[in-house]
Design a protein around this ligand. Sequence first.
Ligand code: A3P
Length: 286
Amino acid sequence: MSDFLWFEGIPFPVLDHEKEIIGECHNKFGFRDEDTVILSYPKSGTNWLVETVCLIQTKGNPKWIQSVPIWERSPWIESKRGYLELTNQKGPRLMISHLPIHLFPKSFFSSKAKVICVIKNPRDVLVSGYFFFANKNLIKNPESLATYFDWLCTLNQEAVIYGSWFEHTRAWLSMRARDNFLLVSYEDMIKDTRGTTEKICDFLGKKLELDELDLVLKYSSFQAMKENNMSNYSVLPENIIIKDLILMRKGTTGDWKNHFTVAQAETFDKVFQERMAGFSPSLFPW
Ligand code: A3P
């Protein structure tokens, strides 16, 4: 498999992606006001958010999440399979996207469709991404954490899937004052899962009883998702067979401290400060 599919300077996975679809998605995908999108830079906790929103929709009933694969419950807008499914789907739709803002479907910006954007400490995103992508033949093989560090942090940010974390995050954060945009962090999800889930319920206009909320938390926990074959990527679509692909790896914050050298940590701090200058540190609760 080749390394990436390049579209307007952004590297996409080759698998299940086509330039024509990414372009059509940008220009023609029609958002409906009742749609919900989970938006993230890859490895930020996207699937956890999907599981949570699915369970909020069913008021904690696990039947849907235990019988339908996560990528069918919430297709990926910019993938070939997801785009086709979503364009044919009637009624309110749940979907995910990793698109940078300038390639996101244009129709969103004049719709009331809701976006839940999840961000995560980019140091942990880096470590999670390295273990997910290394030696999988899914994208260009990073070979070592040091190489992946260079791609994401220093040398060539354009070589990393979906482009630079910094550009992606800066651009999407500019939307955070909109009524139909909710920003959550993976760190807050870990620290205060109940409180963050309640915030998501409010944003989606869903009123849950206490016992229903308890069920949402129970079935979206790391352990429950790890054991749910419909959510843990152990059963992938027939055209996406990837050996040893582990989604539910650690589910913690701060794992970067186990992997970065002192020099890498210092370099990352410097790059972060430069690239995220102007944003309040309170946006980044890590
Ligand atoms: P780690 O690799 O650090 O463990 P994404 O869904 O965007 O690909 O993100 C994957 C990351 O989210 C992985 O991080 C995974 O373990 C974590 N994750 C997924 N479900 C989770 C859950 N229910 N609770 C905590 N972390 C979860």
